[in-house]
Design a binder for this molecule. Structure first.
Ligand SMILES: O=C(CO)COP(=O)(O)O
Length: 135
């Protein structure tokens, strides 16, 4: 999987995957659906999300800090310097989060730097269908 990232460069797509607890099962189901195509990507994730992706799907994923401990900010910092091509961030809109400012900062960073960011499964499917090349 080369030349298909938004930057058009010849390297694997660098994708960040993040899900709140109330959306983690949906993230696993989504990643399972796309898992053959995700295996060619460079994946990073917040801590607990990444742990589940690795344990349940065998995906190779760099685990950053858990979201409430700064993982969203780490991903935001990376995308701000051009190190992440796209984000799937399955937010739970029904549950208040202690790190709401970090969540807003990450979504804002995506908008500031024009990085595609899907915050629900339907949009994530569209994004992944578009960005992940077929086998
Ligand atoms: O809280 C999160 C995103 O805001 C997700 O963090 P975890 O993947 O560590 O649960």
């Amino acid at each position: 999987m080369t030349d298909s990232n938004p930057a058009g460069a010849c390297r694997p797509l660098r994708l960040a995957l993040i899900a709140h607890d109330g959306r983690k099962d949906r993230m696993i189901a989504l990643a399972r659906e796309f898992s053959p195509r995700l295996r060619g990507c460079t994946l990073c994730a917040t801590g607990t999300t990444g742990g589940r992706l690795a344990a349940e799907l065998g995906l190779e994923v760099e685990r950053l800090l858990s979201g409430p401990l700064g993982g969203d900010l780490q991903i935001g910092a990376r995308l701000a310097v051009g190190e992440i091509d796209a984000v799937v961030f399955l937010r739970d809109p029904m549950t208040p989060q202690p790190h709401e400012p970090d969540i807003n900062a990450l979504v804002r960073a995506c908008d500031v730097h024009d990085v595609p960011c899907a915050t629900n499964v339907s949009t994530a499917r569209l994004l992944l269908e578009q960005l992940l090349p077929r086998d």
